[in-house]
Design a protein around this ligand. Structure first.
Ligand code: CUA
Length: 156
């Protein structure tokens, strides 16, 4: 097939524009992909929780006067630790992750309700100003014993 000189120029021009266009789109998509959506997102390797602070020492840690961190690991079918004792009036910063599948963490009688996703750390802060025993339940179906997956928070 014979291609006229002018058509050849147009062909080269078209291909060059295509390459420019693709690289702009490609670079754009790449930089967007590197930016995690929605700001702060904390990731963790679910197979290495035993060596990954703060999950290497799960439980309650005092970080100020009446201020604590609670680092919890959800698993099929329970939580580590299975009980927290929190002083009345304490402000608690929860960090929760899963070592296996997606779980939920709902603390009855409070506004605490979060998804617990393997590979991610979910955060929530709550001040316990009513004494009592709070039941913590998993509210995402996670397998055969989902219904009995729970822990306790005792506030006194
Ligand atoms: Cu864990 Cu349902």
């Amino acid at each position: 097939m014979h291609i006229h000189r002018l058509e050849k120029y147009w062909l080269i021009f078209g291909v060059s524009m295509l390459i420019v266009f693709l690289s702009v789109v490609g670079v754009g998509a790449f930089s967007l992909g590197m930016e995690p959506p929605g700001g702060h997102r904390h990731t963790v390797d679910p197979s290495r929780l035993a060596e990954t602070p703060p999950f290497d020492k799960p439980g309650l840690k005092q970080v100020g006067e009446k201020e604590y961190e609670a680092n919890l690991i959800a698993f099929a079918f329970g939580f580590t630790p299975d009980k927290l004792e929190i002083p009345l009036g304490a402000k608690v910063h929860f960090s929760v992750t899963s070592q296996d599948v997606v779980h939920g963490m709902q603390v009855n009688g409070t506004t605490i309700n979060m998804m617990v996703i393997p590979g991610e750390v979910n955060h929530m802060t709550y001040t316990f100003d009513k004494p009592g025993e709070y039941l913590v339940l998993c509210n995402e179906y996670c397998g055969a014993a989902h219904e009995v997956m729970m822990m306790k928070i005792i506030v006194k």
